[in-house]
Design a binder for this molecule. Structure first.
Ligand code: DON
Length: 567
């Protein structure tokens, strides 16, 4: 067991993993955690153990991902959820891969101008109100993926989450700190204060957190499937909370929600195949576009972290994020999106020709501040004994989403409507871009950056990866791939390595503290780049498959909580 995991589990999860006989093998500082049979990497030790146990009982990677995701909704409430949405990319050892889109949608009462009050943009309405809540997709999405590929009974996969909610679990140090931090912002919502504190007093590490209302909701989901969430008592409780507080979501919105199975985005990079999330995520499209651009240069030769390599990465990022803003939104509302062109080798060649190896390009006049961005999304990677792989990222948007717990139902609602653009033509100091493709409309999905990704080579699994981090997700996943493919790092080194981020606007590059040497920074600045230090970027949960040895290697991201559990 790695030190990170030991730190995170604070007793209970450690005991659980040991009790279940799961080998969360010894990971050295730069060594991944190895397992022969199956592995789950998530941001919570208890949830990873739940998923690994499902596979030890004979469940497959999809079963384990579903069980882990439900467990995270209990043990990792900052981002684990049933009141949010996300994406799952599935790559079976045999047969066709699939992408599951369970992104939230805008309620029927939505409109492009819904976040304007008297013509003025209101960020509180957009990000921190009942209007910020999109129709949740998680339960429908997990169920759709399970319907397609699951092997154990649905109720078996929800049951560990029910038990963790009903009987409680020991609060880790990280969770205690996180809950104490969010408590003031939960103050307007008594059901949230009741669920996540001891009568207003923060939980301490080692206290047992029980969530009885959530347990009952999960029991309905276990017994009835999605109907236990989208209809009946749960839907009535959501509608009541909305109606009493100026929200617009109704029971009819919930009943109408559908997860969608889509064809993954596919690209190639130096002999590898990349599978990732298609729109309504911008992630897969942008990652493939950047890989195609970077394939024109020998990054192994220019070297990790050199000014020459970082310059090319920044220029690829600038171009992909500009195209993201210009073109991407819900495909159902933007039928002419040029995704095929954006991900083509020919287009990448054209873009590469616009990059000067010695000079930074300009984005456009810089009137933006950095958008708000935290790590409040979560990613999990799963590989089973047959080498089926699942890459799943889901979110409530900000940490604890809207901070609104549905009274009587015990789950947090997302504030994902904040991912729509603010209003027609509106540009905000959060860096929102007022372009047409991503304005709110009834039943529309909001543009996402979540990028669950799987890399293969010669038909065999290589890497399962993904991360939280808002718009930085795309670049974090890109760099994990470059680190493995170009720089030959093992998966733990690839996750540990410092990251950079450029997103077209603002026209500046963030780099992790200590990530670039002063000489390298000087060389980049001389090329015309504005470099800004940041603390951390992302929290990758990744699994590498060593086909020669037939061994799985899990990487924990020490930037945040993380736990690889396998056997
Ligand atoms: O879908 C998205 O791209 C965002 N809602 C993800 C949010 C996230 O990673 C947390 N940080 N803001």
């Amino acid at each position: 067991m790695s030190t990170t995991m030991r730190r995170n589990v604070a007793g209970a999860g450690l005991f659980l993993a040991a009790w279940l006989g799961l080998a969360a093998a010894l990971g050295g500082s730069t060594q991944p955690i190895r397992a022969r049979q199956a592995m789950v990497v998530s941001q919570d030790a208890i949830a990873s153990a739940v998923g690994a146990e499902v596979m030890r009982e004979g469940g497959n990677a999809v079963d384990a991902a579903v069980a882990t995701a439900f467990a995270l909704a209990v043990t990792y409430p900052t981002a684990g959820n049933i009141g949010g949405g996300g994406f799952l990319v599935y790559r079976p050892a045999e047969g066709d891969p699939a992408a599951y889109d369970f992104r939230e949608v805008a309620p029927a009462g939505s409109s492009p101008t819904m976040f304007l009050r008297d013509g003025e943009y209101d960020p509180v309405m957009h990000h921190s109100s009942h209007l910020a809540v999109g129709v949740p997709g998680t339960v429908a999405g997990l169920h759709l993926a399970w319907t397609g590929h699951g092997s154990l009974p649905w109720a078996r996969l929800v049951e560990p989450a029910v038990r963790l909610a009903r009987e409680g679990f020991a609060v880790s140090d990280a969770l205690a700190r996180s809950l104490a931090g969010v408590l003031p912002r939960m103050a307007p919502y008594p059901a949230s204060v009741a669920q996540f504190s001891k009568d207003g007093e923060p939980y301490a590490a080692g206290d047992v957190l029980r969530q009885p209302d959530l347990a009952r909701t999960l029991e309905r989901i276990a017994a009835e499937g999605p109907d236990g969430f989208y209809r009946g008592e749960t839907a009535a409780l959501v509608e009541r909370e909305m109606a009493a507080n100026g929200g617009i979501m109704t029971r009819a919105d919930l009943a109408a929600y559908r997860a969608v199975r889509r064809a993954p985005i596919r690209g190639t990079y130096r002999g590898h195949e990349v599978l990732s999330m298609p729109p309504i995520s911008s992630g897969g499209t942008a990652i493939v576009q950047m890989l195609n651009i970077l394939e024109h240069d020998d990054l192994a030769a220019s070297g990790f972290g050199s000014a020459a390599t970082v310059h090319l990465m920044i220029e690829a990022m600038r171009r992909a994020y500009a195209d993201r803003a210009r073109h991407l939104g819900d495909p159902a509302f933007n039928p002419a999106m040029p995704v095929e062109r954006l991900t083509s080798k020919a287009y990448a060649s054209e873009l590469r020709r616009t990059i000067d190896a010695e000079r930074a390009s300009a984005s456009s006049p810089d009137s933006f501040e950095w958008p708000r961005e935290g790590g409040e999304t979560t990613h999990l990677s799963v590989v089973d004994g047959a080498r089926n792989a699942v890459s799943l990222t889901y979110t409530l948007e900000q940490g604890y989403g809207s901070k609104i717990t549905v009274p009587g139902a015990g789950f947090l609602l997302n504030n994902e409507m904040g991912d729509f653009n603010a209003g027609p033509g509106i540009t905000t100091d959060f860096g929102l871009i007022g372009t047409e493709p991503n304005l709110a409309a009834p039943g529309k999905r909001m543009l996402s950056s979540m990028s669950p990704t799987i890399v293969t080579r010669d038909g065999r699994l290589v890497l399962v990866t993904g991360s939280p981090g808002g718009r930085t997700i795309i670049n974090t996943v890109l760099q994990t791939i470059l680190n493995v493919v170009d720089h030959g790092m093992n998966v733990q080194e690839a996750v540990d390595a410092p990251r950079i981020h450029h997103q077209w606007l603002p026209d500046a590059t963030r780099y992790e503290r200590w990530g670039l040497s002063p000489d390298t920074l000087a060389l980049l600045e001389a090329r015309g780049h504005r470099m800004v230090e940041t603390r951390v970027q992302g929290a990758v949960s990744a699994i590498y498959y060593d086909a020669e040895e037939d061994v799985l290697e899990g990487a924990e991201d020490r930037r945040r909580t993380s736990a690889a559990v396998g056997f």
